[in-house]
Design a protein around this ligand. Structure first.
Ligand code: HEC
Length: 176
C-alpha cells in the first residue's frame, strides 16, 4: 500500500519536480526572452529614429528644421526673383538696370534708390515705404498700388506664394 502510495507519490513528486523544473525553465525562458526583448528594444528605437529622419526628409518643408526650411525658401525666392524680376532688377548695390537695384529695398522709401534715373513721378511721389505688405501688394498689381508707374510691361505676379518667397529673398538681401 505504502509501496503503491510511494509509487503513486513518486511519479507525483517527479511530476511536481518536473513541473518545478518546467516552471523554472518557464521562468528562465521569459527571463531570457525578456533579456532579448530588452536588447531588441535598442534596434527598434534606433530604427524609429531612422524612420523619423527618413520621414522628415520625405515631408521636407513642414518637418525639417527651421534653418533648412528657411534656406530652401530663400533658394526658391531667388529662383522666382530670377524668373520674374531679374530682367529689370538686380539685388546688387548700385546695379541699376531698367529698374532700380533692389538691394536694401525692404524698409526703403519708394522712388529713393540713389543713382537710378528712371523713376516715374508716380513712384517718387507715392509716399510708400516698402515693407512686406506694400511689396506684396505692389508685386501683385503694380498699377493698383502706384498708378502710372514705369514698371512696364510687368503685369503683376498673381501667385501669392511666389510673391512671398521673393519678398523673403529681398528681405535677406536687405539684411545681409
Ligand atoms: C520690365 C521690367 C521690370 C520687371 C520685370 C520688374 N520690374 Fe520692378 N521696376 C521696374 C521699373 C522701371 C521700376 C521703376 C518704376 C517707377 O518708377 O514707376 C521698378 C520699380 C520697382 C520697385 C520700387 C523700387 C523703388 O525704389 O521704390 C520694386 C519694389 C520693384 N520694382 C520690384 C519688382 C519685383 C519684385 C519684380 C519681380 C516680381 C519686378 N519689380 C519686376 C522694372 C521692372
Amino acid at each position: 500500500m505504502s509501496g503503491s502510495g510511494d509509487a503513486a507519490s513518486a511519479p507525483g513528486s517527479r511530476n511536481r519536480g518536473a513541473n518545478v523544473a518546467f516552471a523554472r525553465v518557464e521562468t528562465a525562458a521569459p527571463g531570457r526572452r525578456g533579456g532579448i526583448l530588452v536588447m531588441n528594444r535598442f534596434p527598434p528605437s534606433a530604427c524609429l529614429g531612422c524612420a523619423l529622419l527618413g520621414l522628415s526628409a520625405l515631408l521636407a518643408h513642414p518637418v525639417m528644421c527651421g534653418a533648412q526650411a528657411q534656406q530652401d525658401k530663400l533658394r526658391e525666392g531667388k529662383l522666382t526673383f530670377n524668373g520674374s524680376c531679374r530682367t529689370c532688377h538686380s539685388v546688387k548695390e548700385g546695379d541699376h538696370r531698367l529698374g532700380p537695384s533692389l538691394h536694401n529695398i525692404v524698409g526703403a522709401k519708394a522712388g529713393s534708390v540713389e543713382g537710378f534715373g528712371n523713376y516715374s513721378q508716380a513712384m517718387r511721389q507715392s509716399g510708400i515705404v516698402w515693407d512686406e505688405e506694400t511689396l506684396d501688394a505692389f508685386i501683385a498689381q503694380p498699377d493698383e498700388v502706384v498708378p502710372g508707374n514705369n514698371m512696364k510691361p510687368f503685369a503683376g505676379l498673381p501667385d501669392a506664394e511666389a510673391r512671398a518667397s521673393i519678398i523673403e529673398y529681398l528681405k535677406a538681401e536687405s539684411e545681409g
